[in-house]
Design a protein around this ligand. Structure first.
Ligand SMILES: Cc1ncc(COP(=O)(O)O)c(C=O)c1O
Length: 362
Protein backbone atom coordinates (compact mmCIF):
# COMPACT_ATOMS: atom_id res chain seq x y z
CA UNK A 1 0.00 0.00 0.00
CA UNK A 2 1.57 3.26 -1.16
CA UNK A 3 0.48 6.25 0.95
CA UNK A 4 1.79 9.84 0.85
CA UNK A 5 3.98 11.33 3.61
CA UNK A 6 1.97 12.42 6.65
CA UNK A 7 1.56 16.18 5.92
CA UNK A 8 1.86 17.42 9.51
CA UNK A 9 5.37 15.90 9.80
CA UNK A 10 6.57 18.60 7.39
CA UNK A 11 5.58 21.34 9.86
CA UNK A 12 8.40 20.38 12.25
CA UNK A 13 10.66 23.30 11.27
CA UNK A 14 7.92 25.96 11.46
CA UNK A 15 6.87 24.53 14.82
CA UNK A 16 10.40 24.78 16.22
CA UNK A 17 10.63 28.42 15.06
CA UNK A 18 7.23 29.29 16.56
CA UNK A 19 8.01 27.48 19.83
CA UNK A 20 11.14 29.65 20.25
CA UNK A 21 8.96 32.79 20.57
CA UNK A 22 9.60 34.41 24.00
CA UNK A 23 5.89 34.22 24.87
CA UNK A 24 5.58 30.62 23.68
CA UNK A 25 3.81 28.80 20.88
CA UNK A 26 0.21 29.49 19.88
CA UNK A 27 -0.70 26.38 17.95
CA UNK A 28 -3.48 26.98 15.42
CA UNK A 29 -2.41 24.06 13.23
CA UNK A 30 -4.43 21.12 14.52
CA UNK A 31 -8.14 20.88 15.21
CA UNK A 32 -7.60 19.10 18.50
CA UNK A 33 -9.99 20.29 21.24
CA UNK A 34 -8.55 22.09 24.27
CA UNK A 35 -11.65 22.48 26.47
CA UNK A 36 -12.66 19.82 28.99
CA UNK A 37 -14.64 16.76 27.92
CA UNK A 38 -18.32 17.33 28.63
CA UNK A 39 -19.41 16.06 32.07
CA UNK A 40 -22.18 13.89 30.59
CA UNK A 41 -19.57 11.85 28.70
CA UNK A 42 -17.31 11.46 31.72
CA UNK A 43 -20.19 10.26 33.90
CA UNK A 44 -21.36 7.88 31.13
CA UNK A 45 -17.81 6.52 30.88
CA UNK A 46 -17.66 5.93 34.63
CA UNK A 47 -21.09 4.26 34.64
CA UNK A 48 -19.92 1.89 31.89
CA UNK A 49 -16.51 1.22 33.44
CA UNK A 50 -17.31 -2.31 34.62
CA UNK A 51 -17.18 -3.98 31.21
CA UNK A 52 -16.10 -7.64 31.42
CA UNK A 53 -17.85 -8.88 28.27
CA UNK A 54 -17.45 -8.02 24.58
CA UNK A 55 -19.43 -5.01 23.38
CA UNK A 56 -21.99 -5.20 20.58
CA UNK A 57 -20.71 -4.00 17.19
CA UNK A 58 -24.15 -2.51 16.49
CA UNK A 59 -24.11 -0.73 19.85
CA UNK A 60 -25.79 -1.46 23.18
CA UNK A 61 -29.61 -1.04 23.28
CA UNK A 62 -29.06 2.24 25.19
CA UNK A 63 -26.65 3.54 22.57
CA UNK A 64 -28.91 2.53 19.66
CA UNK A 65 -31.83 4.29 21.30
CA UNK A 66 -29.71 7.41 21.97
CA UNK A 67 -28.43 7.51 18.37
CA UNK A 68 -31.90 7.12 16.83
CA UNK A 69 -33.35 9.86 19.06
CA UNK A 70 -30.39 12.13 18.30
CA UNK A 71 -30.65 11.84 14.51
CA UNK A 72 -34.35 12.58 14.68
CA UNK A 73 -34.09 15.44 17.14
CA UNK A 74 -30.81 17.18 16.19
CA UNK A 75 -30.52 16.41 12.48
CA UNK A 76 -34.17 16.40 11.43
CA UNK A 77 -33.95 12.83 10.14
CA UNK A 78 -37.44 11.87 11.25
CA UNK A 79 -37.58 8.35 9.76
CA UNK A 80 -34.38 6.93 11.26
CA UNK A 81 -34.83 3.59 13.08
CA UNK A 82 -32.51 1.06 14.75
CA UNK A 83 -31.66 -0.34 11.29
CA UNK A 84 -30.32 2.98 10.02
CA UNK A 85 -27.60 3.61 12.65
CA UNK A 86 -24.09 2.37 13.39
CA UNK A 87 -21.45 3.45 15.95
CA UNK A 88 -17.81 3.73 14.78
CA UNK A 89 -14.42 4.16 16.42
CA UNK A 90 -14.00 7.88 15.66
CA UNK A 91 -14.96 9.23 12.27
CA UNK A 92 -11.42 9.14 10.86
CA UNK A 93 -11.52 5.36 11.10
CA UNK A 94 -14.68 5.27 8.96
CA UNK A 95 -13.39 7.86 6.48
CA UNK A 96 -10.20 5.84 5.99
CA UNK A 97 -11.77 2.35 5.97
CA UNK A 98 -15.02 2.90 4.09
CA UNK A 99 -13.65 2.12 0.61
CA UNK A 100 -12.22 -1.13 2.02
CA UNK A 101 -15.44 -2.02 3.89
CA UNK A 102 -17.42 -1.41 0.68
CA UNK A 103 -15.07 -3.70 -1.26
CA UNK A 104 -13.88 -0.95 -3.63
CA UNK A 105 -10.78 -1.46 -5.75
CA UNK A 106 -8.82 -0.33 -8.76
CA UNK A 107 -11.75 0.15 -11.11
CA UNK A 108 -13.53 2.53 -8.74
CA UNK A 109 -13.40 6.28 -8.35
CA UNK A 110 -13.82 7.96 -4.95
CA UNK A 111 -14.86 11.60 -5.34
CA UNK A 112 -14.10 14.15 -2.63
CA UNK A 113 -14.12 17.98 -2.39
CA UNK A 114 -11.26 19.73 -4.22
CA UNK A 115 -10.14 21.31 -0.95
CA UNK A 116 -10.67 18.73 1.77
CA UNK A 117 -9.60 16.60 4.70
CA UNK A 118 -6.80 14.42 3.26
CA UNK A 119 -8.15 11.10 4.63
CA UNK A 120 -10.88 10.85 1.94
CA UNK A 121 -8.16 10.41 -0.66
CA UNK A 122 -6.04 8.22 1.61
CA UNK A 123 -8.92 5.73 2.06
CA UNK A 124 -9.24 5.45 -1.72
CA UNK A 125 -5.49 5.05 -2.23
CA UNK A 126 -5.34 2.37 0.46
CA UNK A 127 -7.49 0.03 -1.68
CA UNK A 128 -6.03 1.02 -5.05
CA UNK A 129 -9.11 3.06 -6.06
CA UNK A 130 -8.74 6.45 -7.74
CA UNK A 131 -9.33 9.53 -5.57
CA UNK A 132 -10.87 12.36 -7.60
CA UNK A 133 -11.09 15.91 -6.20
CA UNK A 134 -14.20 17.27 -7.96
CA UNK A 135 -16.88 19.62 -6.66
CA UNK A 136 -19.08 19.69 -9.73
CA UNK A 137 -21.45 16.68 -9.80
CA UNK A 138 -21.72 17.02 -13.59
CA UNK A 139 -18.06 16.05 -13.83
CA UNK A 140 -18.25 12.82 -11.83
CA UNK A 141 -17.27 9.87 -14.03
CA UNK A 142 -19.52 6.83 -14.56
CA UNK A 143 -17.34 4.55 -12.43
CA UNK A 144 -17.78 6.79 -9.38
CA UNK A 145 -18.50 4.35 -6.53
CA UNK A 146 -18.31 6.66 -3.53
CA UNK A 147 -18.74 10.41 -3.09
CA UNK A 148 -17.59 12.25 0.03
CA UNK A 149 -18.92 15.68 0.91
CA UNK A 150 -18.12 17.60 4.09
CA UNK A 151 -20.32 20.34 5.53
CA UNK A 152 -19.33 22.48 7.37
CA UNK A 153 -16.08 21.84 5.57
CA UNK A 154 -12.59 21.26 6.83
CA UNK A 155 -10.61 23.41 6.07
CA UNK A 156 -12.88 26.02 4.46
CA UNK A 157 -15.78 26.27 6.92
CA UNK A 158 -18.14 26.28 3.93
CA UNK A 159 -21.71 25.08 4.52
CA UNK A 160 -23.73 23.28 1.82
CA UNK A 161 -27.34 24.45 1.74
CA UNK A 162 -30.41 22.25 1.20
CA UNK A 163 -30.61 22.96 -2.56
CA UNK A 164 -26.99 22.05 -3.11
CA UNK A 165 -27.34 18.89 -1.02
CA UNK A 166 -30.41 17.85 -3.01
CA UNK A 167 -28.58 18.32 -6.29
CA UNK A 168 -25.66 16.22 -5.01
CA UNK A 169 -27.98 13.45 -3.74
CA UNK A 170 -29.82 13.37 -7.06
CA UNK A 171 -26.60 13.12 -9.08
CA UNK A 172 -25.06 10.43 -6.83
CA UNK A 173 -28.20 8.32 -7.19
CA UNK A 174 -28.12 8.78 -10.96
CA UNK A 175 -24.53 7.52 -10.98
CA UNK A 176 -25.32 4.63 -8.62
CA UNK A 177 -22.65 5.97 -6.24
CA UNK A 178 -22.89 5.92 -2.45
CA UNK A 179 -22.96 9.48 -1.09
CA UNK A 180 -21.50 10.01 2.37
CA UNK A 181 -21.70 13.39 4.04
CA UNK A 182 -19.11 13.98 6.75
CA UNK A 183 -20.99 16.23 9.17
CA UNK A 184 -18.65 16.12 12.16
CA UNK A 185 -18.93 19.93 12.57
CA UNK A 186 -22.67 20.02 11.86
CA UNK A 187 -23.69 21.52 15.21
CA UNK A 188 -20.84 24.04 15.43
CA UNK A 189 -22.33 26.85 13.38
CA UNK A 190 -22.56 30.59 13.86
CA UNK A 191 -25.00 32.40 16.16
CA UNK A 192 -27.11 33.25 13.09
CA UNK A 193 -27.02 29.67 11.68
CA UNK A 194 -26.16 27.32 14.53
CA UNK A 195 -26.85 24.08 12.63
CA UNK A 196 -25.72 23.05 9.13
CA UNK A 197 -28.33 20.97 7.26
CA UNK A 198 -27.81 17.20 7.30
CA UNK A 199 -27.90 15.21 4.08
CA UNK A 200 -30.39 12.80 5.70
CA UNK A 201 -32.70 15.52 7.05
CA UNK A 202 -36.35 15.41 6.00
CA UNK A 203 -35.74 18.68 4.15
CA UNK A 204 -33.16 17.09 1.87
CA UNK A 205 -34.29 13.47 1.34
CA UNK A 206 -37.83 13.38 2.80
CA UNK A 207 -37.18 10.11 4.64
CA UNK A 208 -35.66 8.27 1.64
CA UNK A 209 -32.16 7.26 2.73
CA UNK A 210 -31.32 5.13 -0.30
CA UNK A 211 -27.70 5.56 -1.34
CA UNK A 212 -27.03 8.16 1.35
CA UNK A 213 -25.18 8.15 4.69
CA UNK A 214 -24.30 10.87 7.18
CA UNK A 215 -21.25 10.55 9.44
CA UNK A 216 -21.06 12.41 12.73
CA UNK A 217 -18.48 12.64 15.52
CA UNK A 218 -18.44 13.69 19.16
CA UNK A 219 -14.73 14.60 19.06
CA UNK A 220 -15.34 18.32 18.59
CA UNK A 221 -18.79 19.09 19.92
CA UNK A 222 -18.15 17.16 23.17
CA UNK A 223 -14.35 17.54 23.42
CA UNK A 224 -14.20 13.76 23.17
CA UNK A 225 -11.46 13.29 20.56
CA UNK A 226 -9.66 11.04 23.04
CA UNK A 227 -12.70 8.75 23.29
CA UNK A 228 -12.78 7.91 19.55
CA UNK A 229 -16.53 8.27 19.41
CA UNK A 230 -18.50 8.68 16.19
CA UNK A 231 -21.54 7.18 14.47
CA UNK A 232 -23.37 7.18 11.19
CA UNK A 233 -26.88 6.86 9.82
CA UNK A 234 -28.64 6.31 6.53
CA UNK A 235 -29.30 3.57 3.94
CA UNK A 236 -30.36 0.36 5.77
CA UNK A 237 -28.74 -1.92 3.18
CA UNK A 238 -25.36 -0.22 3.44
CA UNK A 239 -25.54 0.04 7.24
CA UNK A 240 -26.43 -3.69 7.42
CA UNK A 241 -23.55 -4.68 5.18
CA UNK A 242 -21.07 -2.49 7.08
CA UNK A 243 -22.28 -4.01 10.35
CA UNK A 244 -21.81 -7.53 8.99
CA UNK A 245 -18.23 -6.79 7.89
CA UNK A 246 -17.35 -4.91 11.05
CA UNK A 247 -18.56 -7.85 13.18
CA UNK A 248 -16.16 -10.15 11.33
CA UNK A 249 -13.30 -7.67 11.61
CA UNK A 250 -13.75 -6.88 15.32
CA UNK A 251 -14.37 -3.20 14.64
CA UNK A 252 -16.45 -2.52 17.74
CA UNK A 253 -16.68 0.57 19.89
CA UNK A 254 -15.44 -0.28 23.45
CA UNK A 255 -18.28 -0.77 25.97
CA UNK A 256 -17.36 2.13 28.32
CA UNK A 257 -17.17 4.46 25.30
CA UNK A 258 -20.60 3.30 24.14
CA UNK A 259 -21.91 4.24 27.56
CA UNK A 260 -20.21 7.66 27.34
CA UNK A 261 -21.64 8.32 23.87
CA UNK A 262 -25.17 7.30 24.90
CA UNK A 263 -24.94 9.75 27.78
CA UNK A 264 -23.42 12.62 25.74
CA UNK A 265 -26.06 12.29 23.02
CA UNK A 266 -28.80 13.24 25.44
CA UNK A 267 -26.91 16.34 26.56
CA UNK A 268 -27.87 19.15 24.18
CA UNK A 269 -26.94 21.99 26.55
CA UNK A 270 -23.22 21.25 26.52
CA UNK A 271 -23.14 21.28 22.71
CA UNK A 272 -24.63 24.76 22.69
CA UNK A 273 -22.06 25.94 25.25
CA UNK A 274 -19.26 24.58 23.09
CA UNK A 275 -20.75 26.08 19.91
CA UNK A 276 -20.79 29.50 21.59
CA UNK A 277 -17.15 29.15 22.64
CA UNK A 278 -16.11 28.47 19.05
CA UNK A 279 -18.34 31.23 17.77
CA UNK A 280 -16.54 33.68 20.08
CA UNK A 281 -13.07 32.42 19.08
CA UNK A 282 -14.05 32.52 15.40
CA UNK A 283 -14.87 36.22 15.73
CA UNK A 284 -11.77 37.09 17.80
CA UNK A 285 -9.44 35.32 15.36
CA UNK A 286 -11.27 36.63 12.28
CA UNK A 287 -10.89 40.21 13.58
CA UNK A 288 -7.20 39.64 14.36
CA UNK A 289 -6.32 38.20 10.94
CA UNK A 290 -8.44 40.67 8.98
CA UNK A 291 -6.83 43.59 10.84
CA UNK A 292 -3.45 42.16 9.83
CA UNK A 293 -4.46 42.29 6.15
CA UNK A 294 -5.64 38.71 5.63
CA UNK A 295 -8.74 37.84 3.59
CA UNK A 296 -10.96 35.16 5.12
CA UNK A 297 -13.01 33.01 2.72
CA UNK A 298 -16.12 31.00 3.75
CA UNK A 299 -15.42 30.12 7.43
CA UNK A 300 -18.98 30.68 8.62
CA UNK A 301 -19.17 27.42 10.61
CA UNK A 302 -17.05 24.56 11.90
CA UNK A 303 -13.63 24.81 13.45
CA UNK A 304 -11.46 26.69 10.98
CA UNK A 305 -10.74 30.00 9.28
CA UNK A 306 -9.59 29.72 5.68
CA UNK A 307 -7.29 32.70 5.21
CA UNK A 308 -4.97 34.17 2.61
CA UNK A 309 -2.51 37.03 2.07
CA UNK A 310 -2.38 36.26 -1.65
CA UNK A 311 1.03 34.60 -1.42
CA UNK A 312 2.21 30.97 -1.32
CA UNK A 313 0.99 29.29 1.87
CA UNK A 314 4.48 28.25 3.00
CA UNK A 315 5.53 31.92 3.06
CA UNK A 316 2.56 32.78 5.27
CA UNK A 317 3.29 29.82 7.57
CA UNK A 318 6.91 31.04 7.94
CA UNK A 319 5.76 34.66 8.61
CA UNK A 320 3.40 33.43 11.33
CA UNK A 321 6.04 31.11 12.84
CA UNK A 322 8.29 34.15 13.37
CA UNK A 323 5.45 35.55 15.51
CA UNK A 324 5.12 32.33 17.53
CA UNK A 325 2.01 31.15 15.68
CA UNK A 326 1.69 27.80 13.91
CA UNK A 327 -0.89 27.42 11.12
CA UNK A 328 -1.40 24.79 8.43
CA UNK A 329 -0.58 25.50 4.77
CA UNK A 330 -3.61 25.11 2.49
CA UNK A 331 -1.87 22.71 0.12
CA UNK A 332 -2.27 19.98 2.77
CA UNK A 333 -5.92 19.96 1.63
CA UNK A 334 -5.40 20.08 -2.14
CA UNK A 335 -3.56 22.04 -4.82
CA UNK A 336 -6.34 24.64 -4.94
CA UNK A 337 -5.44 25.63 -1.36
CA UNK A 338 -1.85 26.62 -2.12
CA UNK A 339 -2.38 30.32 -1.36
CA UNK A 340 -4.40 29.78 1.82
CA UNK A 341 -3.67 28.76 5.37
CA UNK A 342 -5.97 26.98 7.80
CA UNK A 343 -6.38 28.49 11.26
CA UNK A 344 -7.94 26.21 13.88
CA UNK A 345 -10.29 27.65 16.49
CA UNK A 346 -9.19 25.00 18.99
CA UNK A 347 -7.25 27.36 21.26
CA UNK A 348 -7.99 28.81 24.67
CA UNK A 349 -9.67 32.23 24.77
CA UNK A 350 -6.42 33.64 26.22
CA UNK A 351 -4.38 32.41 23.25
CA UNK A 352 -7.05 33.54 20.77
CA UNK A 353 -6.95 37.02 22.27
CA UNK A 354 -3.13 37.11 22.19
CA UNK A 355 -3.04 36.54 18.43
CA UNK A 356 -3.81 40.12 17.34
CA UNK A 357 -0.85 41.49 19.35
CA UNK A 358 1.46 38.90 17.80
CA UNK A 359 0.27 39.71 14.28
CA UNK A 360 0.84 43.42 14.86
CA UNK A 361 4.44 42.85 16.01
CA UNK A 362 7.21 43.44 13.48
C1 LIG B 1 -13.68 16.60 8.14
C2 LIG B 1 -13.20 15.67 9.20
N1 LIG B 1 -13.69 14.43 9.23
C3 LIG B 1 -13.30 13.57 10.17
C4 LIG B 1 -12.40 13.92 11.15
C5 LIG B 1 -11.98 12.90 12.17
O1 LIG B 1 -12.53 13.16 13.41
P1 LIG B 1 -12.65 12.04 14.52
O2 LIG B 1 -11.91 10.82 14.02
O3 LIG B 1 -12.02 12.60 15.72
O4 LIG B 1 -14.11 11.74 14.68
C6 LIG B 1 -11.87 15.21 11.16
C7 LIG B 1 -10.90 15.60 12.20
O5 LIG B 1 -10.39 16.66 12.27
C8 LIG B 1 -12.29 16.11 10.15
O6 LIG B 1 -11.84 17.36 10.11
Amino acid sequence: MQLPDFPWDSLREAKATAAAHPEGLIDLSVGSPVDNTVDSAVSGLNDGGNSPGYPQTAGSPELIHAMVSWWRRERGAGSVTDLNVLPVIGSKEMVALLPFLLGLGKNDVVVHPTISYPTYGVGAMAVGATPLPEDDPDHWPDNTALVWINSPGNPTGEVLDVDRLQRIVHRARQKGALLVSDECYGLLGSDADPVAPSVISNEVVAGDYSGVLSLHSLSKQGNMAGYRAAFMAGDTGVIGSLLHRRKHLGLMVPGPIQSAVASALTDTDSVEVQRQKYSHRRQVLRDAFESAGFTIDHSTAGLYLWATRGEPADDTVAWLADRGILATPGHFYGEAGRHHIRIALTVSDTDAEAVSGRLASG
